[in-house]
Structure formats: structure tokens, C-alpha cells
Ligand binder design. Structure first.
Ligand SMILES: Cc1cc2nc3c(=O)[nH]c(=O)nc-3n(C[C@H](O)[C@H](O)[C@H](O)COP(=O)(O)O)c2cc1C
Length: 335
């Protein structure tokens, strides 16, 4: 209700400014005890973790984990922060975030703007949140893709003790060649190295933190098959399907529709959900799936579940529908 009043005003601002303003208003409302969305308790166990409900915040909205407590008050069953990189980086030049309201869509080419992994850890330590926290890790833009594994390792080691699960993001379209890590020897080497290190860390800390992989929706059937085989081979704990798309179906004729970057929101739903179904069919329950992409109402959350997802995440839908989307999805889903 409140959000539907604020939205027209927010939409008069540049998208990135509106984003910052919304988060700072959310922080203030939370600080004064004004923010608490009551949601149903619908526990789900996934990747060995108990989630209070199956609806999470997708990565990218709180890249540095600077707003965890306020976001948690919206009722999410889990919050994923990041993508974080080893060193801070500015990301791409502005403008880099575009609304397409006619299609309930967003195009972004942020380029992993973030304050670096050390700052994220400071923020996590300062937060009071004791719920399920995913930390999404990536590589710096100036690290050659051949050395990507070392960036993921740095992040994995640093965040290990602060995360409920860790997401390996190899699917952002806005870091040059990142998506090449989704195929061939690059994927095998990445998963092998991270899995080995995860097991060592589990022994060192006497505590196992699950690893999830996040993939793009722009995959061919043979890519899906290959990735699935690697996930099974290396016993990866979860798969997040999907990131944004490079496709422009459904937005080509709208203002901003041809901006460079990743498209999210309603137009990615079909492609993303098809990708989810294909993974679900091949993985046949061996690896749990988290469905994300184009959820703008409870109906799409249910469709993700029907396509094989144990959990879902939302991002762009929040911008168009507001926080009630979290409650609507939880209410609609069966667990
Ligand atoms: C502005 C913006 C920034 C994003 N940044 C990240 C990111 O840093 N890491 C990541 O894994 N996904 C990122 N995403 C992708 C979302 O987590 C999600 O996978 C995608 O937007 C599809 O879901 P949606 O249609 O609900 O937005 C970003 C999305 C948007 C719109």
C-alpha cells in the first residue's frame, strides 16, 4: 500500500538514485520499528538448511550486505547478498540501470559495483540478522578470466564463516567473458577447485557451508546437460536458475529496450522457467533448484515450484510490485 504511493515518485528519479533512496528509507523505517511484514511460516529444508519460508531476495539488490536487517523485516525466508569481488570496484559508468515499466522489466549493466569482500564481512558482522544468509561471489573485472578461480577462492575463504550458503556467480553478462566459465574445462576446473576447498574449510571449521552455482538463462540444451553432469560429479549443493538474459524478447519496441546489459523482470520469466524445467528433468532431484527470473506475482512463484524449484528468489518484481510481492509469493506457494 505504502509502496504503491511511493512508486510514482520513485519512478521520477533516475533508477539508481531511486534504488539508493528506497534502501535508505527502508533502513530508517526499520530503525524506528516501522518495518515489519508479517508472513506465514512455511518451512522448507533445502541444501541441508531449514528456511522459514521459500521466498528469498535475489543477489544484486544488496551487493555489500549493507541493508540486511531492513530487508529481512520484509519477511524473506532468506537473503542473498553480493555479488562481491575480492577487491572493491566501481562497476560500469552511469547510466547503467534502466526501467521498462510497460513490460515490468529492468535492464542493468552494473558490472559488479561493490565495496569488496572485506567490507561485506564487516557489514555482515554488524547486522543482527540470524536467518538464512546467502553470499554471492564473483571475480574482479580486471582479473583475467584465466585466473578467475583465484578470485572465487579468495571470496570463498573469506566469506565461509559468515554465510549459510555461498553462491558462485558465473552468469552475469556484465563482466567480460564471465559466462565462458559455464562451459568446458573452465567450469570443471572451477567446480573441482571450489569443492576441494569447501571440504577443507568444512573440516577446518567443523561446519559445512553449501555451495550453489548460479547460471544464465541463455543456455543451449547441450550446455544444460554438461553443467548438470558437472554439478552431479562435484556434488555441488544447489543450482540457482537464472540470472538476467541477453535476449530482448518482449522489450525490443519499448524505450530503453535495446540498452546493453542483462534483462530481468516479467520478460525473462518464460526463458528462465524453461531453463529451470530442463535442469529439473536432467537433475531428477539429485540437486535442489532455486528458481529466479520474472516473478512479479505469486502465480509465477508457483510456476517455478511446479517446474522443479524448492525455493524462489525475487528482484525486479519488487521494484514494480513492492514488498507485498514477498507475502503474495509465500501465500501462493505450497510447501
Ligand atoms: C540491477 C540488478 C543487479 C543485479 N546484480 C546481480 C549480481 O550482482 N549478482 C547476481 O548473481 N545477480 C544479479 N542480478 C540478477 C538477479 O539476482 C536475478 O537473477 C535476475 O534479475 C532475475 O530475477 P528477476 O527477474 O526477479 O529480477 C541483478 C539484477 C538486477 C536487476
Amino acid at each position: 500500500m505504502l509502496y504503491s504511493l511511493a512508486r510514482p515518485l520513485l519512478f521520477t528519479l533516475a533508477p539508481e538514485r531511486a534504488h539508493e533512496l528506497t534502501l535508505s528509507m527502508l533502513d530508517k523505517a526499520h530503525k524506528f520499528g516501522l518495518m515489519h511484514q508479517k508472513v506465514a511460516h512455511k518451512p522448507v529444508t533445502c541444501m541441508g538448511i531449514e528456511f522459514p519460508n521459500p521466498v528469498g531476495l535475489a543477489a544484486g539488490l544488496d551487493k555489500n550486505g549493507a541493508h540486511i536487517d531492513a530487508l529481512a523485516a520484509l519477511g524473506f525466508g532468506f537473503i542473498e547478498i553480493g555479488t562481491i569481488t575480492p577487491r572493491p570496484q566501481a562497476g560500469n559508468p552511469l547510466p547503467r540501470l534502466f526501467r521498462i515499466p510497460e513490460a515490468k522489466a529492468i535492464i542493468n549493466r552494473m558490472g559488479f559495483n561493490n565495496d569488496g569482500v572485506d567490507k561485506l564481512i564487516e557489514n555482515v558482522k554488524a547486522s543482527k540478522f540470524r536467518g538464512v544468509l546467502g553470499i554471492n561471489i564473483g571475480k574482479n573485472a580486471d582479473t583475467p578470466v584465466e585466473d578467475a578461480v583465484s578470485d572465487y577462492l579468495i571470496c570463498l575463504e573469506k566469506v565461509y564463516n559468515y554465510a549459510s550458503y555461498i553462491t558462485v556467480n558465473i552468469s552475469s553478462p556484465n563482466t567480460k567473458n564471465l559466462r565462458s566459465l559455464q562451459s568446458g574445462d573452465a567450469l570443471t576446473e572451477l567446480l573441482q577447485t571450489l569443492k576441494d576447498r569447501q571440504l577443507e574449510l568444512a573440516e577446518q571449521y567443523n561446519h559445512y557451508v553449501p555451495l550453489a552455482l548460479k547460471v544464465a538463462p541463455d543456455l543451449e540444451s547441450e550446455d544444460i546437460r554438461f553443467i548438470s553432469m558437472q554439478l552431479i560429479k562435484f556434488k555441488i549443493d544447489g543450482l540457482i536458475v537464472t540470472n538476467t538474459t541477453l535476449g530482448r524478447e518482449g522489450v525490443e519496441n519499448f524505450h530503453n529496450g535495446n540498452e546493453a546489459g542483462g534483462l530481468s523482470g516479467a520478460p525473462v520469466f518464460e526463458k528462465s522457467t524453461k531453463c529451470l524445467s530442463q535442469f529439473a528433468e536432467i537433475l531428477a532431484g539429485k540437486i535442489p533448484l532455486i528458481g529466479v527470473g520474472g516473478i512479479v506475482s505469486g502465480e509465477q512463484a508457483v510456476a517455478k515450484q511446479q517446474a522443479g524449484a524448492s525455493l524462489v528468489q525475487v528482484y525486479s518484481g519488487l521494484i514494480y510490485t513492492g514488498p507485498t510481492l514477498v507475502k503474495d509469493c509465500i501465500d501462493a506457494m505450497t510447501v
